[in-house]
Design a protein around this ligand. Structure first.
Ligand SMILES: [Zn+2]
Length: 245
């Protein structure tokens, strides 16, 4: 039996027995499951750290490859996310994406940084929650090796810059030229593609600079949702709940 200390964010939990909860914690080394025993008792010291979004330093017991939470120093609870439905659903979408991406990655340092800043700006600034969900999705997919093709057609390789008409094909891995578009390709204007290009070049701590015009926000919401569902091979449910206005 040994003790380890890890910084991370609670990205999922499942209740079990009467008072226990299994936490999924995103750390730099990937996602780990840790049992928080007794955390649902009103006076439990583990109560504050056993909620979604909590960022803290977790002291874990490890025994035969299984972890349980011994103590936690909560650094940030992102409390405003629980008081506003739009902020909550945007942040819940970020957790869904992070959980999917962390499954096949042990090297999650950048993903954890992106999630920390995206939750911070969604909770504590006037940035539109959808803008934060879109920029987090784009940047976290790119950080884990799924950068969408945005300067060249994902099918034929032609330069997309200066073209008046283009689309987005999640299955092809990015934007496509007019000649390669299918009837059901997603709509994307040159303005939205340029916004996506700029997002991918931003540092994690600069994500709050993203302020999208309404039409761009709507296009990129659709594009990034479909692209992330394709990459992660699952339906993501939270973003559909989020008011786009
Ligand atoms: Zn093409």
């Amino acid at each position: 039996m040994s003790l380890v200390t890890l910084s991370g964010i609670v990205t999922r939990y499942a209740n079990y027995k009467d008072n226990d909860r299994m936490l999924t914690i995103l750390t730099e080394q990937g996602s780990i499951g840790a049992a928080a025993r007794g955390c649902r008792r009103p006076n439990s010291q583990l109560l504050p750290c056993s909620e979604l979004f909590v960022y803290g330093e977790f002291v874990l017991f490890e025994k035969q490859g299984k972890y349980s939470v011994n103590a936690c120093d909560v650094r940030e609870s992102f409390y405003p996310l629980r008081q506003d439905m739009d902020r909550f659903y945007a942040a819940a979408h970020m957790l869904e994406v992070a959980n999917g991406l962390a499954e096949d990655g042990a090297n999650c340092g950048e993903l954890l940084r992106l999630l920390y800043y995206a939750l911070t700006y969604t909770a504590y600034t006037d940035n539109h929650p959808m803008d934060m969900a879109v920029v987090f999705t784009a940047k976290s997919l790119a950080a884990m090796g799924y950068t969408p093709s945005i300067t060249r057609c994902a099918c034929c390789g032609d330069d997309l810059r200066g073209l008046p008409r283009m689309g987005f094909e999640p299955r092809a891995g990015g934007a496509v030229c007019g000649g390669c578009m299918a009837p059901d390709s997603l709509k994307i204007t040159p303005l939205s593609l340029e916004a996506l290009r700029r997002m991918l070049n931003l540092a994690a701590e600069d994500m709050r600079k993203v302020v999208l015009p309404q039409q761009v926000r709507e296009e990129l919401r659709r594009v990034m949702l479909d692209y992330s569902e394709h990459v992660l091979e699952r339906k993501l449910r939270s973003l559909a709940q989020l008011n786009n206005n």
